[in-house]
Design a protein around this ligand. Structure first.
Ligand SMILES: *Cc1c(COP(=O)(O)O)cnc(C)c1O
Length: 638
């Protein structure tokens, strides 16, 4: 095991193994000889961009941490990979239809991201999936390609339908996907009123239910979608008003991050059966939309664990095409366009959250007296004895004793029978015992359950300059795992075990679950801080879902966002930048008026002058400090 090498000599290769970067990095991230995390925009054999160098460049340009760094080349590569993988599968299996990808805007609605996807995806006719009027308007404004699909999901009111019909008139290849039976009447009414024939699709409720965090989107009890009987009603209704020719698409969505290829395959087969049934009913169809769900291997374990997936992109594409063909060929039904709505798999890789560590709190090696004071109470004597009796064979027993005597001392203190100093002595012995047990238990093959948590209680707390609530909401809300690691010093042995706390001073604002090839681990290997030197960590694969779910906990606002783009020769530019929220911005979001704030402060300051507490020139300095504060970043500035 790599850690045994610590005593000899730690090498960069050991860090690569420890943090698993080859397993989750998908070839986009690696570690250089110098011990820095590097970005590999053209894959593992291309040029490398050291992240510390990017950070230094940002500091020179006046950007403080935290920064969300986007690497545009990675987004291009992801879109290319998805299309090329499908092309390969289509060719290999002689599928007669084509693939059309769409990006679901809800996964990352940021203008710069959506615009970039429209640009990068245009050569592949990559389109958008929208679930609201706002997303529809954004998509129509950015999508110029008449071959790219625009899928309208979500519940649609009259205005949503009218906007979609107008977009059809503009030449968009737009589909209205019925989420509920009741939507059809309104759609027919509006299309008649505006005299535009719509492309109609239905969202099917499949029987298959996928495993994972997000499984509620699928299954028969899912909130959205039509049952087979309701789909037949749609057919009948369209037939009766002579509009069956508008029925073009079948859609379903199993839920996000489907870790098991078997669920994906079952979903495709079930939907292909429905599709075949609709063609036999006389609907022209032509499009089969498999929704999202293509998973990201966050922990690099390549398993069907929730933060992973047991298939590659190539396997996904081949399975999809093969499954569709196996059903449709049997009934001689022409091959449709295959649409997928992969969001997570498209954008997760291209963003990295970078932050610096502000401070570390360490459980100190405790100082114990050589001899016990004469007045030491009984429990302290017992703790002392426990400490001297620890051996490999009685760890659990010593642990139980330590807790018992410590609690006994606390009780005596509450009832006023021992002094503060006596109690403190007991706590010192207690921690000395815990530390000794922690050291000894590393020699055990099977660690008793109770002792597993000891490492967590002894872990350092690294205070990161960021907000979990703002930048990693899924880490907080659903305990999603992201790969986290230092972005430099990787040639050095990471001698500390730590958890990460953010600066929101909320006890939930912490990260205490980390990826591990064996599942997950409660602490992260980190380096001790060095005097006068920043220590930077990166949270990787955060491009999907993290940006707009975030909230303003403690009024920590949006972080700085910077995009880089690398050229073939490995040089790179900072191509897009968005300054994070200022304090004034964030106060405005919660309905304060910064001018009013300054006016109120001015009144208070002038009164202080009048009362003789400050001089007029001190008032000037006070006011300047507040004005600068309002302009400043909401995070810790150096
Ligand atoms: C959220 C969502 C997606 C995106 O799913 P991913 O797993 O991120 O690819 C696709 N389609 C619909 C209808 C969704 O609600």
């Amino acid at each position: 095991m790599a850690k045994n090498r610590a005593l000899q000599q730690w090498r960069v290769e050991d860090s690569i193994e420890l943090y698993g970067i080859r397993n989750w990095g998908a070839g986009y991230f690696s570690v250089s000889e110098a011990g820095d995390v590097v970005i590999c925009p053209q894959g593992p054999r291309g040029p490398q961009i050291p992240i510390p160098e990017v950070i230094a460049g940002l500091h020179e340009r006046g950007y403080d941490m935290p920064v969300l760094l986007r690497v545009e080349n990675i987004l291009d590569a992801r879109i290319t990979n998805i299309h090329e993988s499908f092309r390969k599968a289509i060719k290999a299996l002689s599928y007669k239809g084509a693939f059309r990808g769409v990006f679901p805007i809800k996964v990352n609605q940021q203008q710069q991201v959506v615009e970039k996807i429209a640009q990068s995806g245009s050569q592949y006719h990559h389109g958008f999936e929208v679930g609201s009027k706002a997303e529809l308007i954004a998509a129509v404004s950015l999508l110029r390609d008449p071959k790219a699909c625009l899928i309208c999901n979500g519940y649609k009111d009259e205005e949503f339908l009218d906007l979609g019909l107008q977009a059809l008139r503009l030449g968009c290849n737009l589909f209205f996907v019925l989420e509920m039976p009741g939507e059809l009447d309104l759609l027919l009414e509006r299309s008649e009123a505006l005299n535009i024939r719509p492309n109609i699709g239905v969202r099917a409720k499949l029987a298959v239910k996928a495993g994972g965090h997000w499984m509620d989107s699928g299954g028969e009890r899912s909130t959205f979608g039509l049952s087979p009987a309701q789909i037949v009603d749609v057919v009948d209704k369209l037939k009766s008003c002579d509009m069956l020719d508008c029925f073009r698409l079948l859609h379903y969505h199993l839920g996000s991050q489907v870790p098991n290829i078997r669920d994906i395959r079952t979903g495709v087969m079930e939907s292909a059966r429905l599709y075949a049934g609709l063609v036999q009913e006389g609907a022209p169809m032509g499009y089969l939309d498999l929704g999202g769900g293509l998973a990201v291997d966050y922990d690099g374990s390549h398993t069907n664990y929730v933060s992973s997936r047991n298939y590659t992109l190539d396997e996904y594409c081949a399975d999809v095409i093969e499954a569709v063909m196996s059903i449709l060929d049997e009934q001689r039904i022409p091959h449709p366009y295959i649409i997928t709505e992969s969001g997570r798999a498209t954008v997760a890789y291209y963003s990295v959250l970078l932050f610096n560590i502000l401070d570390v709190s360490v459980v100190e090696e405790v100082q114990l007296p050589d001899t016990l004071p004469k007045d030491a109470p009984e429990p302290v004597r017992n703790l002392h004895e426990t400490l001297s009796n620890i051996s490999l064979r009685n760890l659990q027993e010593c642990y139980n004793d330590a807790i018992y005597y410590r609690d006994e001392m606390r009780q005596l203190f509450f009832t006023g029978r021992v002094t503060l100093r006596q109690r403190t002595l007991a706590e010192r012995f207690f921690w000395a015992i815990i530390m000794r047990i922690a050291r000894e238990k590393t020699k055990l093959k099977n660690v008793p359950r109770d002792l597993e948590d000891i490492d967590v209680s002894l872990a350092d707390i690294y205070y990161g300059n960021f907000s979990v609530f703002q930048s990693l909401p899924d880490s907080w809300a659903i305990d999603q795992l992201f790969p986290i690691m230092p972005v430099h010093r990787l040639g050095e042995f990471p001698s500390r075990q730590g958890i990460i706390s953010d600066i929101t001073c909320d006890s939930d604002g912490r990260i205490a679950h980390f990826i591990d090839p064996q599942g997950m681990k409660p602490t992260l290997d980190l380096h001790p801080l060095r005097e006068g030197e920043e220590y930077y960590l990166g949270v990787f694969l955060v491009g999907a879902y993290q940006e707009t779910l975030g909230d303003l906990h403690n009024l920590m606002g949006d972080t700085n966002v910077v995009s880089i783009r690398a050229a073939e020769d490995g040089t790179y530019e900072y191509v897009r930048e968005i300054r994070g929220d200022s304090v004034a911005d964030i106060l405005t979001y919660v309905e304060y008026d910064p001018r009013r704030i300054l006016e109120d402060l001015r009144v208070t300051a002038e009164k202080a002058v009048k009362d003789g507490r400050i001089s007029p020139s001190e008032r000037f300095a006070v006011m300047q400090a507040f004005e600068n504060g309002l302009r400043g970043y909401t995070y810790f500035e150096r």
